[in-house]
Ligand binder design. Structure first.
Ligand code: G3P
Ligand code: MG
Length: 313
């Protein structure tokens, strides 16, 4: 009985010590900001447009994001059956329209039969699915256009890079994807295009990126990394920036985490709430110190935890 209690005490003491070490490491890293790549501070990018004020991935959502003063916008792209690039987060139209079916199985004319606004609010009745062409026209004045390729089907990389290039928007556009093959296809179709890999802690590449972000990006000719924000730590930012790689975490909707990422030096924050990010950037709250510390710990522990879980499964 006495022996078991001693063992329990030893475990508690070891746990407390480990927590203390993690906290010190986190605070130490979090208190030494890296600074953004261009030195201009963290920018705000509207995820699927201003999707809380207008239906996601529609032209009104992007017009609204611009009105809100967003620095950039993020959108998601698929090809229709007749090879037209259109905006949609999902591969079907079930959630965001009054129709049903896979985008890849429908022509643009067929998609135009449906309403992509009324599901959000009656005020947006008769909103069509946007083509990438119409999207580019709407957001051409912003500082960054982030086009996420949701798959690598039907030559989508060549179609979309061609449209961006034709409009002279290559310099301000970043092509992003969870799919590395799609990014390689972008570079093959258009070697000057900027590409960024999107990933989470459970990505097979998360630990490799944490170990040496520069080497990983060089291998795939990437100019950016878009990690889920729990993967961002000082080490990632430092290594990425040393190699000229921009880091733009997603989807950050809480001011606490925005404050930490701004403090650490993330280059842009992909968010559903760009005015919140702008406000935090202006106010630089003290909570940013604790948030940066927490992120600094999570950025190391999360990919490691996922890897161990993967091995044990
Ligand atoms: O760009 C990052 C983010 O958009 C990825 O998640 O599912 O919202 O496209 P998702
Ligand atoms: Mg996306």
């Amino acid at each position: 009985m006495l022996f078991r209690r001693r063992r329990k005490h030893r475990r508690v003491r070891f746990g407390s010590l480990a927590l203390l070490v993690l906290l010190i490491v986190g605070l130490w890293g979090g208190s030494r900001p890296v600074g953004t790549l261009d030195g201009g501070g963290t920018q705000a990018e509207a995820h699927r447009g201003a999707n809380r004020e207008a239906p996601e991935n529609t032209l009104p959502a992007f017009a609204r994001a611009a009105e809100n003063g967003a620095w950039g916008v993020e959108t998601d792209v698929f090809l229709t059956k007749d090879g037209i690039a259109v905006l949609s987060h999902d591969d079907t139209i079930d959630r965001c329209s009054d129709g049903e079916g896979r985008i890849a199985d429908m022509t643009l004319a067929e998609l135009n039969e449906y309403d992509f606004g009324a599901w959000f609010s009656q005020a947006y009745t008769d909103t069509p699915i946007p083509t990438v062409e119409a999207f580019l026209e709407t957001v051409a004045g912003l500082e960054q256009i982030n086009i996420e390729l949701k798959d690598n089907e039907g030559g989508i990389a060549a179609v979309v890079t061609g449209q961006v290039q034709a409009r002279g928007l290559l310099e301000k556009t970043v092509f992003s994807s969870f799919n590395l093959e799609a990014l390689v296809a972008v570079t093959e179709a258009c070697p000057e295009a900027q590409t960024a890999f999107i990933y989470q802690g459970n990505s097979p590449y998360a630990l490799e990126i944490l170990k040496d972000a520069g080497a990983f990006c060089a291998k795939y000719k990437l100019s950016g990394l878009h990690p889920v924000y729990a993967c961002v730590c000082r080490k990632l930012l430092k290594n990425a920036h040393a190699a000229g790689i921009a880091v733009r975490p997603w989807t950050v909707n809480e001011s606490f985490y925005a404050a930490g990422l701004i403090r650490l030096g993330a280059d842009a924050i992909i968010t559903d709430d760009t005015p919140m990010v702008e406000q935090v950037r202006e106010e630089q709250p003290v909570s940013g110190i604790f948030s940066a510390a927490l992120l600094n710990i999570a950025g190391h522990v999360y990919p490691l935890y996922e890897k161990v879980k993967d091995i044990l499964d």
